[in-house]
Design a binder for this molecule. Structure first.
Ligand code: ATP
Length: 454
C-alpha cells in the first residue's frame, strides 16, 4: 500500500538539504551569516546542472544568442546610467523597541510584527553593496557589487556586435553572482543577499518587440517544464501598470507554487530601448545599430528574461520532494528529472568482499566516463537504496555474487522501485536510453524484470 503526500513544507526541504549535503548556512561554525548559503557536494552538482541546462537551451542550441562573463565590479557610472544609484531602493522602517527592520510595503499594519512596537517613518534604503577600490577608502573610490548581471550585457553590446558580426535579432547571455542588501530575507535560498542569476538580453528591431516578448514568455515557461517541474506548479503572471518600472513596456513573472505560496522564479520584461539610450547618454558613445536592409540607424529594443539560479534550485527541490509509505516505512525521495539529478547512477556492490569490490569498481570506472556516478558500499543494500532515493539518484546498479558468474547486474529505478537484470555489456546503452526517458521496460537480450521486495 502506498500513501502519498504532495505538499511539502519548507522545514522538510531545509532539513533534507542539510542532512544530505545540498545546502548549509554560510560560515556555520561561527553561527552563520544572515541569508547567505553554501552549496554542499550535492547542491553544487544540482545547481551546476540547472545552469548547464539553461546555457544549453539559451546559448548552445541557438544560432542567435552568444555568451558573456562580465566582471562583478563595474564603473560607478554604470549604476548612475541604469538608475540603480537613484532608484534601487526600498522603503525601510525600523521598530523603535526591538530595532528589527522591515520593508514598509510588505507590512500589513503600522506596528512591529515581532513585538508590537512603534515604527519609524520610512526612509529609502539603497540595496546595492558598496565597497572601495584601491588602497584609500574615500568617496572617489567607491564601487558597487553588481545587483544584477544585465548591465554587463548592455555595456558590451557594441563589443559583441563588432566581434561576432551578429545581426538583429540576437541575444547576449550570462550567468553570474549578484548582490543585494535586501531588507527582508528568508524562505531559505529564495531571497538571499548573494545569489546567482541567469540573464539574457535579446536585442530586436523596434516594432518587433511585442512579438519577441511573447515568444520568450513561452520559451521560458517551457524551459521549466523541461526541467521536470509540474506544469500545475507554474504560472505566468502579468505585472499590473503600478508594478511596472517606468521604462518597461510589459513584464510577466514566471511564478512557482513554493511552500509559502506563488512567488517569482523569473521576470520577463520588454524594456524598450531604455538601457541602450541611457548608456549612450552617460558614456557619450553611440550604441546605435546599423540596419543593412533598411539603411537605418536605430537603438534596438530589449527583451529580458531574468532568472534566479537559487530560486530554480529551490523550485526543483520542492517540486521533486515526495514521501510515501512502503511496507510500513516512510520513503522520502526526490523525483528529479535525470537532467538535474546530482548523480545519474549509483553503483552498489552487495558486499565489501574483494572480488565483488573489484567487479563493482570496474563498472563504476566505466560509467563515470559518461555521467556523474556515485559509489556507495556502506550499510545494507536497502538503506543504500533509500539514501539514493533521498538524493534523487534515478538509477542504482547493484553488483552481486551472481554477477561474478553471469556478468549481469541489476538496475533499480528510483521512481517505481522496479528492478531489471541485464548483461554488463549492455549497461551503458541501457542507462543511456533510460536517462533519456525511453521506454524503461524494453530489455536487452538476456534481461529480466521484477519489483523491489518481490
Ligand atoms: P523580488 O521582487 O522577489 O525581490 P525582483 O523582482 O526584485 O525579485 P528581479 O530584479 O526581476 O527580481 O531579478 C530577477 C531574478 O533574480 C528574480 O526573478 C529572482 O529569480 C532572482 N533574484 C532577485 N533577487 C534575489 C534574491 N535576493 N535572492 C535570490 N534570487 C533573487
Amino acid at each position: 500500500m502506498t500513501e502519498k503526500t504532495t505538499r511539502v513544507d519548507m522545514e522538510k526541504i531545509v532539513s533534507l538539504c542539510r542532512r544530505r549535503g545540498f545546502i548549509f548556512p554560510s560560515s556555520e561554525i561561527y553561527g552563520g551569516l544572515s541569508s547567505c548559503w553554501d552549496y554542499g557536494p550535492l547542491g553544487v552538482e544540482l545547481k551546476r546542472n540547472i545552469k548547464e541546462a539553461w546555457w544549453r537551451a539559451v546559448v548552445q542550441e541557438r544560432d542567435d544568442v552568444v555568451g558573456l562573463d562580465s566582471s562583478i565590479l563595474m564603473h560607478p557610472q554604470v549604476w548612475a546610467a541604469s538608475g540603480h544609484l537613484e532608484g534601487f531602493a526600498d522603503p525601510l522602517v525600523e521598530c523603535k523597541e526591538c530595532h528589527l527592520r522591515y520593508r514598509r510595503d510588505e507590512l500589513e499594519g503600522d506596528r512591529c510584527p515581532s513585538c508590537g512596537g512603534e515604527l519609524t517613518e520610512p526612509r529609502m534604503f539603497n540595496l546595492m553593496f558598496k565597497t572601495f577600490m584601491g588602497p584609500v577608502e574615500e568617496e572617489a573610490s567607491v564601487v558597487y557589487l553588481r545587483p544584477e548581471t544585465a548591465q554587463g550585457m548592455f555595456v558590451n553590446f557594441q563589443n559583441v556586435l563588432n566581434t561576432t558580426r551578429k545581426r538583429l535579432p540576437f541575444g547576449i547571455a550570462q550567468i553570474g553572482k549578484s548582490f543585494r542588501n535586501e531588507i527582508t530575507t528568508g524562505n531559505f535560498i529564495f531571497r538571499s543577499r548573494e545569489f546567482e542569476q541567469m540573464e539574457m538580453e535579446y536585442f530586436v528591431k523596434p516594432g518587433t518587440d511585442e512579438e519577441w516578448f511573447n515568444y520568450w514568455l513561452e520559451e521560458r515557461l517551457n524551459w521549466y517544464v523541461g526541467l521536470g517541474i509540474k506544469r500545475e506548479n507554474l504560472r505566468l503572471r502579468e505585472h499590473s501598470k503600478s508594478e511596472l518600472a517606468h521604462y518597461a513596456r510589459a513584464c510577466y513573472d514566471v511564478d512557482f507554487l513554493f511552500p509559502m505560496g506563488w512567488s517569482e522564479l523569473e521576470g520577463i520584461a520588454n524594456r524598450g530601448d531604455f538601457d541602450l539610450a541611457q548608456h549612450a547618454r552617460y558614456s557619450g558613445k553611440s550604441l546605435e545599430y546599423f540596419d543593412d536592409e533598411t539603411k537605418e540607424h536605430y537603438l534596438p529594443c530589449i527583451i529580458e528574461p531574468s532568472a534566479g539560479v537559487d530560486r530554480s534550485t529551490l523550485a526543483v527541490l520542492c517540486d521533486a520532494y515526495d514521501e510515501e509509505t512502503v511496507a510500513g516505512e516512510l520513503r522520502v525521495l526526490l523525483r528529479f528529472h535525470p537532467v538535474i539529478a546530482p548523480y545519474k547512477v549509483a553503483v552498489l556492490p552487495l558486499s565489501r568482499r574483494e572480488n565483488l569490490v573489484k567487479a563493482a569498481k570496474e563498472v563504476y570506472n566505466d560509467l563515470r566516463q559518461c555521467w556523474a556516478v556515485i559509489y556507495d558500499d556502506a550499510q545494507s543494500i536497502g538503506r543504500r537504496y533509500r539514501r539514493q532515493d533521498e538524493i534523487g539518484t534515478p538509477f542504482s546498479v547493484t553488483v552481486d555474487f551472481q554477477s561474478l558468474e553471469d556478468n549481469q547486474v541489476t538496475i533499480r529505478e528510483r521512481d517505481t522501485m522496479n528492478q531489471i537484470r541485464i548483461p554488463i555489456a549492455a549497461l551503458r546503452s541501457t542507462l543511456q536510453a533510460k536517462l533519456a526517458g525511453e521506454n524503461l521496460f524494453v530489455l536487452p537480450e538476456g534481461g529480466q524484470v521484477w519489483k523491489e521486495g518481490g
